[in-house]
Write a protein that binds this ligand. Structure first.
Ligand SMILES: Nc1ncnc2c1ncn2[C@@H]1O[C@H](COP(=O)(O)OP(=O)(O)O)[C@@H](O)[C@H]1O
Ligand SMILES: N[C@@H](CCOP(=O)(O)O)C(=O)O
Length: 352
């Protein structure tokens, strides 16, 4: 038996200012996974029967053992939930990843979505994208960039209130979801994830608005950037974000775009102020780049958990990016930048 296919999964920018853990945009920068299974090829000497290779960002530090790599480990989780403890003999996987790791551009979401889809194809399970989202959300437990990577475009999400029994499975620690091979198999592994963990809706997005991503040359793990957030918020701060969120989702679809409206509705009091302590220059960047000082700018925010800055703009991309780069430089932070459009289709699979 032999088959081969290619998965393509977009990067993403989550939050978009006030939509913490809610909004995400799929970006046209793609993780590609080429997979083949050929039972004539002996891969039994490789971890979990899987010959894994990787090219792209941070290649020297990405593990090539299938049970330690995020893409293949996510795939193993789905295989194990569905009665396959390892990859089939003859599995070869090549990952090409231009999405910078740990920068707030959804590299982990793309890796998880890619891994979950990889298992769906290898196992021939036939799960649709909505069911695959349940598997993804057992691993990365905020839906914003998982939804953008899987579904594409500009997406809003919420998590359903689960039944008490399902809540138990949803709160299983990640080490049981993604176990090392040596971990004895556990009841959880033979248990499917709860159904319909979240709901997702794609919004219109004016294609004249482009995404300038200014990417600092240091990594900030999402885990660390979540750890600085408070457990509770004041009523005025919550209302501040909710009011802007309601306007922003429609403002980004309007034609012509209203730059000032988008700019003001992309302000946030829930995550950015707390993360400034981890990102030198962030406060200055957010305060200094406006539609008045920088014509063409529609809005500016932290991309995901940072440190990347997302500027939405209709014009003057290079001028805007250069200004952000130079403000970061004053704080000793070097950056690169890219102008990206939306990835409307989300994750795709093509049989070769
Ligand atoms: N293609 C990939 N292959 C293996 N591991 C990956 C891949 N993409 C992301 N990761 C893992 O996810 C981590 C980054 O996740 P995270 O801290 O959530 O940042 P972000 O998702 O914003 O890039 C990386 O350090 C790496 O461990
Ligand atoms: N809502 C999350 C989004 C994290 O995105 P990432 O691209 O940084 O992984 C958060 O802000 O923590």
């Amino acid at each position: 038996m032999s088959k081969s296919f290619t998965l393509v999964v977009p990067a993403s920018s989550a939050n978009i200012g006030p939509g913490f853990d809610v909004l995400g945009i799929g970006l046209d920068l793609f993780l590609t996974i080429k997979a083949s299974v050929d039972s004539q090829v002996d891969t039994s000497s490789y971890d979990s029967n899987c010959h894994l290779s990787y090219e792209g960002d941070n290649a020297q530090n990405v593990p090539l053992e299938a049970s330690k790599n995020l893409v293949t480990n996510a795939a193993l989780y789905v295989l194990r939930c569905n009665g396959m403890s390892l990859f089939p003999l003859g599995t070869r996987i090549h990952v090409n990843n231009p999405i910078p790791l740990g920068r707030g551009l959804g590299s982990s979401a793309a890796a998880i979505v890619g891994g979950i889809m990889l298992a769906n194809e290898i196992g021939g399970f036939g799960f649709d994208k909505l069911r695959l989202m349940d598997y993804c959300l057992m691993i990365e437990r905020h839906p914003d960039n998982i939804a953008a990577a899987m579904l594409g475009g500009f997406v809003g999400s919420y998590l359903n209130e689960l039944s008490e029994e399902d809540q138990l499975y949803k709160s299983v620690p990640l080490e049981y979801i993604l176990p090392k091979l040596s971990t004895p198999s556990d009841k959880v592994l033979s248990t499917q994830p709860p159904k319909e963990i979240g709901e997702y809706l794609k919004y219109d997005f004016n294609p004249k608005v482009k995404c300038i991503t200014i990417i600092p040359q240091f990594e900030l793990s999402t885990e660390k950037a979540r750890a600085v957030l408070p457990e509770s918020y004041t009523k005025p701060d919550i209302i501040f974000n909710l009011q802007r969120l309601a306007i922003l989702t429609l403002a980004l679809a309007q034609d012509p775009p209203n730059h000032n409206l988008i700019y003001n509705s992309m302000k946030d009091k829930i995550h950015q102020p707390y993360r400034a302590s981890l990102i030198p220059g962030l406060e200055n960047v957010l305060a200094s780049v406006t539609p008045t000082s920088d014509p063409g700018l529609c809005g500016i925010c932290l991309s995901g958990a940072g440190p990347t800055i997302l500027c939405l703009a209709t014009d003057n991309y290079e001028t805007i990016a250069s200004k952000v780069v130079s403000i970061f430089k004053e704080s000793g932070v070097e950056c690169t930048w890219k102008v990206l459009g939306l990835a409307y289709d989300g994750a795709t699979v093509e049989q070769n």
